[in-house]
Design a protein around this ligand. Structure first.
Ligand code: ADP
Ligand code: ZN
Length: 742
């Protein structure tokens, strides 16, 4: 998506607030179900409601909670009209949020009800609170045999407010018996609370660090924009240039004006360092919003936000749908990150929808990155977004030098993955008591298991994908569907015994090489499956910061945001990894990822070094990384996309049909192809089997609609899907502005 110009502007809160419906009137209720339009109901005697009110209505034989969306559709006969049951004691959904729901639905081509469901993600928060029992740590710890599980429970409590027994067990990763045991022993004290505690208030009046002249200029511009309506500002600065410090100034200004702020981060579970910095700057933590929050914390957060008691929320993309009554600023940090794209359910891009949300609310949006997406750079070039640059690292830190290691000239030893130059650099860094990051974006031990005798490859029975060996778990796993099985001792195809061999490296295999090379060094492996939950990630970061680790082997979970002063060497084991496959953004993404990884080196006073192992040193991505010439790379990439009419210069909509049977999938795909839209400059590619032709046992076929930028694709696609009439057991997945081409 480029920008939401298609929409008319901001919502006028006054006109929206005035609308009320009175007893006896018909109202249109939107339900959080995959339905397109409103359902009509009647307000019974004695019930007046505002637009946006949450209400209970009868639906078939049960009841559902919905939102008063506006005028009734008039499609239901008077005799069949049913009464609204109750109006709920929760703040009505704001006019901005209702417009936002409609906008997202229209843009993504998902039913408004499905989008509404995201805006009602905590249904129980709409009901009056019930008293609940929470547990706090006792003032004095009784004499109790310390166990790891008990310690984890106490650590969770030390870190936050009292919690229910269930939440406590879940967050600490212990059984409920452990919590019950601590309670019985008097280590945990029960307390009854009626309402969620109000979050601590961040203090905007605390002063931040002395800003450098560049930082101060950028901060002043952001601050000046607060309260002045919709505008998008890109904060483009090299890693470590102080982008976070700069936007914190804008956050402080919004708080001073008494409004709310949303900061969106791509990997919220791993943002321990961000949270610490926020707390240091503002003296209190923000409210967190992400998928790992437990039930009662979700409810508390939702209510605090809707009642305006949560001034700052930091969250993943789903935080966009939280009920802010008075949002004053949205910051999207690492705006280029593909994690902002939601691929399941309603398929949307959180960064783009943040801009829409800001526009509808008439507030500024700030997009931060060291490697802005091509979409964002193009918007800057076209003058739609303003750009502020932070060209230098803060203080004495300088950008690391990036050196390419041509693996054709410096091959690793047989069965090993580190080339001699990388091994030497690693040894020198460890000798200097500095830290090393080895980056390999591959979880597990080996990406492929192969039979030496017959060549059989171990494949997922439900997906078009090789099984990845996870040796620590003793399993072969599918990274697409979660299928897992112990590795067989005999080849399933030729029955040869002990003939299966691991091919290629994953982080676990690299760990073996490191342990053999440098016995006794302290290292850890950081991948999404080895760092379970925010606590484990925070712990790893702390061990890095305190120099309890000499080396860390990590996947992309370690690529961004973190700041380790002693880390001076980054080794990229396979820089070419992301370049294979036909993804539109393969080069752009590889550049962004490796640039971010490189940015982990030398962030304080010690200069950093980055070594990248590649078989393609002449590739434009590698050349750009080595020369540090980002702008030239972006210009070349941009020219290539423009020549092909690809995003952001053209529009794409992907349609994936899937069915349990191959025939059904093919038939549906062909039916879609037959009625494909004809319009100027619009073409439809496919159908073709998806690269993941089989996923979770369903056969998948892809079609791709390509259109010039000035074509409104949504009406075309809507009519297309209606004309094809594909349904029944065939699932149709619509993806406007696709990021995944699998
Ligand atoms: P970015 O977000 O651009 O990667 P950060 O805001 O994380 O940069 O800053 C990098 C490091 O430099 C952080 O530790 C931050 O606290 C520090 N820093 C940045 N600007 C200043 C400043 N003006 N004074 C003191 N420390 C700063
Ligand atoms: Zn699978």
């Amino acid at each position: 998506m480029e920008t939401p110009h298609a929409s008319s502007g901001q919502v006028d809160p006054r006109s929206a607030e005035s609308r009320r419906f009175v007893a006896g009137e018909r109202v249109g209720i939107l339900l959080p179900l995959p339905l397109t339009g409103v359902y009509d109901y009647r307000l019974p005697a004695g019930m007046d409601v505002e637009e946006g009110a949450f209400v209970r209505v009868p639906l078939g034989g049960r009841q559902a909670t919905g939102v008063v969306w506006g005028k009734a559709s008039g499609e239901v006969a008077e005799a069949r009209l049913r009464d609204v049951v109750a109006s709920l004691p929760a703040a009505p959904m704001t006019a901005v949020m209702r417009r936002f729901v409609d906008w997202v639905a229209a843009y993504t081509l998902y039913p408004a009800g499905a989008v509404l469901r995201m805006a009602m993600s905590v249904p129980e928060a709409l009901l009056p609170s019930r008293p609940e029992t929470v547990l706090a740590a006792a003032a004095a710890m009784p004499d109790l045999r310390p166990t790891a599980a008990r310690a984890r429970v106490m650590a969770v409590l030390a870190d936050g407010p009292p919690r229910t027994a269930a939440d406590l067990a879940r967050e600490a990763g212990v059984s409920s018996a452990v919590v019950a045991g601590l309670m019985a022993a008097g280590a945990l004290m029960p307390r009854t609370v009626l309402r969620e505690a109000t979050p601590e208030l961040p203090d905007w009046s605390l002063s931040g660090p002395m800003l450098s002249p560049d930082q101060a200029t950028a901060a002043a511009q952001l601050v000046a924009g607060v309260g002045k309506g919709f505008a998008v500002t890109v904060l483009d600065g090299v890693p470590g240039s102080g982008k976070t410090e700069v936007y914190f100034e804008a956050v402080a200004e919004v708080l001073r004006q008494g409004r709310q702020v949303l900061v969106m981060l791509p990997e919220i579970a791993l943002s321990a360092q961000w949270l610490n910095r926020f707390r240091e700057r503002f003296g209190a933590p923000p409210v967190e919003w992400h998928s790992e929050l437990t039930g009662s914390r979700r409810r508390a957060a939702w209510r605090a936000i809707s009642e305006g008691r949560a001034p700052v929320v930091v969250g993943a993309r789903s935080a966009l749908f939280l009920p802010f009554p008075d949002l004053g600023l949205i910051v999207v940090d690492e705006e280029h990150d593909a994690a902002f794209k939601q691929e399941d359910g309603v398929v949307y891009n959180g960064r783009d929808m943040a801009v829409v949300r800001a526009r509808l609310g008439g507030i500024p949006a700030v997009l931060c990155s060291a490697t802005p997406s091509l979409e964002t750079s193009t918007n800057v070039a076209a003058g739609r977004y303003r750009c502020l640059h932070l060209p230098d690292r803060h203080g004495a830190a300088v950008l690391p030098s990036v050196e390419l290691i041509d693996m054709r000239l410096h091959p690793a030893e047989r069965g090993a993955w580190l080339s001699p130059p990388l091994r030497e650099a690693l040894a020198a860094t460890l000798a200097a008591e500095e830290q090393v990051l080895l980056f390999l974006n591959r979880r597990g031990y080996a990406p492929l298991t192969l039979c030496r005798t017959c060549g059989h490859r171990m494949q997922c029975p439900r997906c078009t994908a090789w099984l990845v060996e996870h040796r620590l778990l003793g399993r072969l796993q599918c990274h697409h569907c979660g299928y897992a099985a112990p590795p067989p001792t005999a080849c399933p195809s030729c029955a040869a015994e002990n003939s299966l061999v691991a091919c290629g490296p994953g982080v676990e295999r690299l760990a073996e090489e490191i342990a053999a090379l440098h016995p006794g060094i302290r290292f850890a492996v950081a991948a999404s499956d080895t760092l379970r939950g925010p606590a484990a990630a925070a712990d790893l970061i702390r061990r890095m910061e305190e120099h309890q680790l000499d080396l860390v082997i990590g996947t992309q979970v370690l690529a961004k945001g973190h700041h380790f002063p002693r880390l001076t060497l980054v080794g990229v084991v396979d820089a070419d990894l992301g370049l294979s496959g036909g993804d539109l953004r393969a080069a752009e993404r590889t550049y962004q990822l490796l640039y971010q990884v490189a940015g982990r080196a030398g962030r304080a006073d010690r200069p950093g070094r980055v070594l990248m192992q590649t078989y393609m040193p002449e590739h434009p991505v590698m050349a750009a990384l080595a020369s540090g010439d980002r702008d030239r790379f972006i210009a070349a990439e941009s020219k290539a996309r423009q020549a092909d009419g690809m995003p952001p210069f053209g529009r794409l909509v992907a349609i994936v049909v899937s069915a349990a049977g191959e025939r059904a999938a093919d038939d549906a795909a062909r039916r879609l192809a037959r009625v494909a839209p004809h319009a100027d400059g619009v073409s439809v590619l496919g159908p073709a089997p998806a690269p993941l032709a089989l996923l979770r046992g369903r056969h998948r076929r892809r079609l791709l609609l390509k259109a010039p930028r000035d074509v409104a694709v949504q009406p075309l696609v809507r009519r297309w899907l209606e004309a094809a009439g594909v349904g029944g057991n065939v699932h149709v997945h619509v993806d406007v502005d696709p990021y995944s081409f699998l």
